[in-house]
Design a protein around this ligand. Sequence first.
Ligand code: CMC
Length: 444
Amino acid sequence: MSTETQTQQRTDGDGADRQTLTVIDNRTGRTYELPIVDGTVRGLDLREIKTSEEDFGVMAYDPGYANVASCRSSVTYLDGEKGILQYRGYPIEQLAENSSYIEVAYLLVHGELPTPAELEEWTHQITIHTFVHENVKGFMQGFRHDAHPMGMLLGSVGALSTFYPDANNISDPENRYIQTIRLIAKMPTLAAFAFRHSNGQPYVYPDNDLRYAGNFLSMMYKMTELKYQPDPRLERALDVLFILHADHEQNCSTSAVRGVGSSRVDPYSALAGGIAALYGPLHGGANEAVLRMLHRIEHKENIPDFLRGVEEGKERLMGFGHRVYKNYDPRAKIIKAAADDVFEVVGKRNPLLDIALELEKIALGDEYFIEHKLYPNVDFYSGLIYEALGLPVEMFPVMFAIGRTSGWIANWLEQVQDPEQRIARPRQIYTGQRDRLYVPLEQR
Ligand code: CMC
């Protein structure tokens, strides 16, 4: 097939636009006309392009799925060139300024902002489902003292599927709803238990008088006081972080949730897949990597040397670059502002912030970064806030997972109700040998 495919927008005799792609297969001289719908051609239409009847047909090869739309979704809109992020059509900036994480979770799951009565009921449902079965606690106690909290979260969310075996009845809307509530409600509880476990401290049960982020702070930090009173500014900063992380279209972990969920497994197992994907340093582990990087740079004077290493391909500037954003990540701007509030409350400015600011300033004016369209992403500043909140770096991806839960579940709900979705099963280009004769062990 010609590497030069030609798109043509011609006009029919009757004047109607033809939304098609004409492809000439230079191997056979045949011409194919593929329909273009929503700016896409169907992958399976390429299969018609064959050299003979026996030929399998042409496939698209796209490792990393950089240019493949795997679903139709109305959850999150992202324009990486312009730096736009919207949940259900609402700009992230407006939600971060005016909304709460619980309201945003409702928006993502239901598609609309709630009325006051709907919000009250939703909040009530989530609040009364924050407790976990005592055996979950016992299960978590079985982890080694130095277990990574993200590994503990991954294992315990997967284990929830054994506590709610009815969750595999995913075709029942009521059943899906209760699992949705449980996942959003219990994620902070499991995350806080993982944190306390790492510290060798007793687990703190949820306090249902507190709001979502405040209750999480209580489960993390409550010691001997009878009632933990979260600082409203810290509570708000955390809520904003959860909002900013709530969804991000078909990212690695959401695709993992959809990929696992496409087998029609229960949502706990599907979300455990998402947590596993988020664990990696190129995804949710990036904020941890940013902090380690800033510690390693240590002084502003070391920045030029470090950036030279990046340009020579020896290093990667963590917290910079994004598969989709080729502009400033809108979430990074909001986080940068929230960082100042947090530093004010905790009473000390993190010296790493100065290194981060200087790094950003130099990188944004550097030819390598301009040419590669590399800008700060959400993780460049979030780690600094988490550190100011007293969280160890191992907890950073866990914080990301709490926020992302509502986005994962919204995508999962959309997927299981989408009649077009099938089990995720990509193809491969086989590069190995074939038809070899087995050689008995003694002859090798
Ligand atoms: N530092 C230096 N060079 C980079 C960076 C970076 N952070 N990111 C990309 N590049 C270069 C890369 O070397 C390559 O250069 P060349 O074309 O000359 O070989 C080019 O830019 C394209 O990079 P890529 O790795 O092919 O791009 P990708 O779309 O596959 O990767 C990414 C996206 C986010 C994995 C990558 O930018 C990266 O590793 N960033 C650092 C980790 C990070 O901050 N991740 C958090 C992402 S935001 C939160 C989330 O959604 O998870």
